[in-house]
Design a protein around this ligand. Sequence first.
Ligand code: IVH
Length: 668
Amino acid sequence: MTETEATKRIAKLMAEIEDHRYKYYVLDEPTISDSAYDSLNQELEDLEQKFPTLTSPDSPTTRVGAKPLAKFETIAHDTPMLSLRDVFSRDEVAAWVKRVSDAAGQTKIDYYGEIKMDGLAASIVYQDGKLAQGVTRGDGTIGENVTAGIRTIKMVPLVLRPGGPASVYRGRFEVRGEVLLYKKDFEALNQAREQAGLPLFANPRNTAAGSIRQLDSKLTAERRLSFHVYGVATVVDGITTHKAEHELAHQLGFKVEPHSRLLASVDEVMAFAAEWENKRKSLPYGTDGLVITVNDRAIFNRLGVVGKAPRGSVAYKFAAEQATTKVRDIQVSIGRTGAATPFAVLEPVLVAGSTIQMATLHNESEVHRKDIRIGDTVIIQKAGDVIPEVVESLPKLRTGREKVFHMPTRCPICGTKLEKGDKEAVWRCPNFNCYALERGRIIHFASKDAIDIEGLGEQTVDALLDTKLISDAADLYHLSVDDVAGMPRFAAKSASNLVEAIQSRKHPTLDRFIYALGIRHVGAQTARDVAEHFGNLAGFRAAKPEEMQQVPGIGQVVARSIADWLADQHQHLVLEKLLREGVKPTAFHKVRGKLSGQNFVITGTLEAFSRDEAAAKIEALGGTFQTSVTKETDYLVLGADAGEAKSTKAKKLGTKVIDEAELLKLLK
Ligand code: IVH
C-alpha cells in the first residue's frame, strides 16, 4: 500500500470507527458486533504502525472510551479508571509474564484470574460506611453521577456490612466493578417488552448501560441490574493482594465474581482460559475473556501504568466470532441437490482460532439484499461448527472500484443451464449426472448422520474422484487397500483403516440409508418418518407418490422429490449397484420406551449434549424429535440463547416448556 492509499484508507476507517464508537459507547445502539468493531480498530492500528506519520491525534486508537453524555452531572474520579491491554494468545500471555517478571525482578509471581464481565464499569464511593456516590467510568477521568441509579441495584449494599478493618468505615472507601444485566433478566425484560409491543433491546451490555444512565431512576430500578465488584480503589491496611481485595469486598456485602482463581504460571493461565472459553455460555452474564492481574499489590503498583493501562493486568480475549476482511471474488459452488450457492473468496483472516478464506453468501438474492460486492470490506461470522458467513458489507469503505455480482447462467462444473422455480430463491444445476452433484452425494452418503464412514471426508472423496477410483457412492464398497494406499497422503495403515470403515457400514439402519441417498428435501427426520412407515427398502422403493403422502409429516413437495429421485435412471443404477455390493439396510423398528408417543422440540443450545445427541437419546427412549413446534408437540426444551419464535409458538399452543435440567430428568 502506498502512502496516498494509506492516507485515504485511514481517513475512511477513522470515520467508520467513530461512527460505530458513537453508536456503541454514546448511544448504546451498536449496529455491528464488538469483535467486528475491534477488527476495524486493529486494521487502523496496524496501518498507523506502518505509517506512524499518518497517526492523527484524534485517532480512536489514542483514546479509550467515550465522553460522558451531557445530561448527567459529571464527577472526576479520584484516581483514573484505567483500561486493559488485550492479549489473544499463549505467546502474548507468556511475553507479558516475562515482562512482568523482569520488571519486578522475580520469577515467582502469582496471578489472579477473573472472568471479564461484559457490562460497564462504575465506581461506588462510601462515606463513613454509607453509599455516597456512584459514578460511571466515562472517559476514565470523568464519569457521570449515577448515584440514584446505583442505589437501586440490589446487589449493592447501601451500608457496608460490619466485620472489615476499621478504616473502611471511616471517611472515604471506594470499590470498582461492573454493572451487568444477567442474561435471564435481559430475556425477561425483552419478553415483557414484546408483550407490551415495545421495540426489543439488542444485548444485555447496552441495555445495562442504557439502564444505569436513566435520569429517572425508577426506570433503572425496573431493569434488574446487577453489580459485581472487581477491585478496591482505596488503600486498606493489611490488604496486600488482589485476591484479598476481592475477599474484603465480599465481606463488606458486595457480590464478587465467584470464579476467580490464583494462577502460578503461564500454563495455569492458559488452562483457566481454555476452561472458561468452553464454559462461557454457562455463565449467567456475558463475557469476552478473562482479566489476569499480578496478585501482589506492591508489585502491581510498582509496575505502574503504560498509556491508559496498568502494566500489571491484561485482558485475555476469547476467540472472536466475527472479523472484517475483504472480498476478493464471488464464486458459485454446486451442492449435492444442484443448488448453486454463491460464496465469497476472502482475504484470509483469523476468526475464532482458524483462518477463514471463504464464506457462504447463501443465494443470489441474499447477495443483492445485503449488497455485497467484489472488493467490499465485509463482516464475517463463524459460530461453532457452522460454515462461516458474510454478515454484511461496509459500503462506506468502498473506493468505487467494487464490482456487482451477477449469477452465472450456466453450471460452472458441467455447463448445463441453471434453473430456478418461480417461488424459489435458489438456482440449480438440473443435471443429476453433474460431477458436482455426484461429489456432493458421496460426501453426504459418508457423513456422520448418514452412513457415518469414519475418515471419509471431503478431501478423501476428492482424492478418490480425482484418481478415478470411484465415480459414485456404490464404488466405495469395492475399494481395496492397495487402491487407497496408492493415493497421496495415504499409507498402508490409513488405507486399511478406511477400507475397514467402509466395509463395516454395510448394514445401516433403514432411516440412515434413506437419508444417505441424498434425496432433496429428505432430511434425517423425514428419513426416519419414511423408514418407520414402510419398514423396509422394498416398500419404500415401490411406493407411489400418493402413498408417500400418507406418511405423517410428508407433503406434496417432498413426495414429488422422492418420486423424481426414484424415477431417475442414474439414481436407480447407483442404488442397484449399492445393493449388488452387499449393502443391506436393516429393517426399521420403532423403539418402545418411556417416552413413546411424546414429541420433543429443542431450541437454543444445550450444555450436556448437541441437539443431535439429544435427539438420539429421546428416540432411544421411544420419543420423537421434531424440528418445529406444532400442536402435536408435547415438550419444548429451552436451551441457552434460544430465540423467541419457538417459545412464543409454544405459549400460543399451550405446549409444555421445560429446561435442560427437566429434560435430563425425563431421560434418566
Ligand atoms: S479490572 C485497569 N476486572 O473491563 C482496569 N475489569 O477493559 C481494571 N471488566 O473497564 C479493570 N470484568 O469495565 C477488571 N473482572 C474484571 C472485569 C473488568 C470486566 C471491564 C471493566 C474495565 C474493562 C477494561
